[in-house]
Design a protein around this ligand. Structure first.
Ligand code: CDP
Length: 253
């Protein structure tokens, strides 16, 4: 097979040229990074789980009419996506205080927020993805006021959808990050959800026990990351057939 052209390589994914114009192949790596890549590891099978989980969430969003980049899953680690122009902002939605908002504002982790709070961070690793205000975004031209309004609307719909998915399987959606891209349909420009939705970019806590089922397991050395992601995938019914927990062989009659 001819070697595909790599378009971009990030910390957890690689993008290759797709088979048709306007498409890309998104490959999920096993690499885990935290604290702006100061902490790194390779977690066997993480990419396979995130490929499945992102497929599950993006398909669900499509079903409720939230536009996103997902076209179809190609194999264990790859999915076909629409190529977009990524808006250089991370859109964070928070339902419960945790992570940087707790540190920044001194709010105890686990405190429910009065309403979902949306934050924007500039996508720039060399600056550590700093929090930016809407003033900054407009003044520096990273997005227009219309884009911002559309991004907030998209982010809140994703929040409602993901919160519901998680609640149904006994998990609290504490916060998450999405990225949003621009596409053009002829002269008409619109914004769609891009990148990935997976436990790498969410905080997920078990409702009963408070157990963390997301990348904080890796960030804070709380145990085996794959076990946590496998649990999320299992509860949602999206576990790929060949990623299983080691169990005793059972006799098949
Ligand atoms: O994750 P961290 O504690 O560094 O930052 P945060 O602002 O508390 O993150 C809020 C949410 O966005 C968490 O679910 C993170 O996993 C996610 N996030 C992400 O996926 N990528 C980033 N570069 C920053 C945050």
């Amino acid at each position: 097979m001819a070697r595909r052209k790599k378009v971009y390589e990030g910390k957890a994914k690689i993008l290759y040229e797709g088979p048709e114009p306007g498409t890309l192949v998104q490959y999920f790596k096993d690499d885990a990074t935290a604290f702006n890549a100061q902490k790194k590891d390779v977690i066997d099978g993480k990419g396979v789980l995130n490929n499945r989980l992102s497929e599950f969430f993006m398909n669900g969003l499509t079903q409720i009419g939230v536009p996103n980049h997902f076209i179809k899953r190609l194999n264990m680690r790859e999915q076909l996506i629409r190529s977009v122009e990524i808006i250089p902002l991370e859109v964070i939605v928070r339902n419960i205080a945790a992570g940087t908002i707790s540190q920044r504002l001194g709010i105890t982790e686990g405190t429910p927020l009065p309403r979902p709070i949306i934050e924007f961070c500039l996508k720039d690793d060399s600056l550590g993805d700093p929090l930016v205000s809407e003033e900054h975004i407009i003044a520096f031209g990273w997005a227009s006021q219309q884009d911002l309004d559309d991004m907030v609307a998209l982010a809140l719909r994703v929040n409602d959808f993901l919160s519901g998915c998680m609640l149904a399987v006994g998990i609290k959606l504490v916060d998450f990050k999405i990225e949003i891209g621009r596409i053009w349909d002829n002269d008409f420009q619109r914004l769609i959800v891009a990148d990935e939705i997976s436990p790498d970019s969410c905080r997920l806590w078990d409702i009963e026990t408070g157990e963390k089922l997301d990348k904080d397991v890796f960030r804070r050395d709380l145990g085996n990351l794959n076990d946590a992601y496998t649990e999320v995938a299992r509860r949602l019914g999206v576990l790929p057939s060949n990623v299983t927990h080691a169990t005793k062989p059972t006799l098949i009659n």
